[in-house]
Design a protein around this ligand. Structure first.
Ligand code: ZN
Length: 273
């Protein structure tokens, strides 16, 4: 599952709306929707692989043609907050209001109702699965509890990610506000991701790669992604899928859930819809 989190201007604005005056910082954020997304869409078309784009609704409002180009390319649009709000600071009703507003905006702009959710900063609250199910969201892609999909107690599908398979930790840097680390070279990152991919292939896992267009839309990193997907293709036995296809698959094949929790309940508790 290739994921692109199109945070755009919300990367800065969710931290402090006053950062809107900081032109260089904002231009770096805008690079994602303006330059990174078109370039990545070109690569995905060239490779003929589908992807899932999680987009804060604020970004969809400001870049509607970008959203429609993503849909026209055959990719999935997913939810990612309104202004990329950290859920940890919200109560249940505030979180639900943001979700309802985001679904309405993305549906109107994209022309298709999103069914997938990636929490901003990958962090969910205890009640988040209940809110998502209440609003017909089919899957969440925010937790890190396995390396293959699993079910929440209410039947919501979780497609787990991992910080290791994220480009922020490899490539992000901004001087002030201080973001990220020293940007890594692509050779090291290819090695990191490829070794994990090969091992996950052996173990039969779901490889969820999360990329941000302002980082991974830069030229050398687009070529890194091309090299990585090409090598996966050559390896064989790989299904490149959008989130909704993965969620549908695990609902139809609950036997594919293979968690063994020696200290938990005897069998997974799920309620296929
Ligand atoms: Zn994000």
């Amino acid at each position: 599952m290739l994921c692109f989190d199109v945070d755009g201007e919300t990367t800065a604005l969710s931290e402090d709306p006053g950062l809107a005056r900081r032109r260089t910082l904002m231009s770096q954020c805008e690079y994602g929707p303006r330059v990174g997304v078109p370039r990545l869409l070109g690569l995905l078309e060239h490779l003929n692989v589908p992807a899932t784009f999680f987009i804060p609704a604020y970004i969809a409002e400001r870049h509607p043609r970008m959203v429609r180009a993503i849909v026209a390319g055959g990719h999935e649009i997913g939810l990612h907050g309104y202004l990329h709000e950290k859920l940890a600071g919200l109560d249940e009703s505030e979180e639900e209001a943001i979700l309802v507003k985001s679904i309405a905006i993305l549906t109107a702009v994209a022309g298709v109702r999103p069914v997938g959710y990636r929490a901003p900063w990958f962090e969910v609250n205890p009640w988040t699965p209940l809110i998502l199910a209440r609003h017909q969201v089919a899957y969440c892609a925010s937790e890190m509890g396995d390396d293959a999909p699993y079910f929440h107690e209410n039947g919501l599908v979780e497609i787990p990610g991992q910080w290791m398979l994220e480009d922020w930790e490899q490539f992000a840097f901004n001087a002030d506000p201080a973001w990220g680390f020293v940007p890594e070279n692509c050779g090291k990152v290819f090695d990191l991701w490829w070794r994990e991919f090969e091992a996950m292939h052996d173990y039969g896992c779901c490889f969820v790669l999360t990329l941000h267009p302002w980082l991974s839309g830069r030229p050398s990193r687009v070529q890194l992604l091309e090299e990585l997907v090409g090598a996966m293709r050559e390896k064989g036995g790989v299904w490149f899928a959008r989130g909704r296809e993965i969620a549908d698959h695990v609902r139809l094949h609950p036997e594919s859930i293979r968690s063994i929790d020696f200290d938990g309940v005897a069998s997974p508790n799920f309620f296929p819809t």
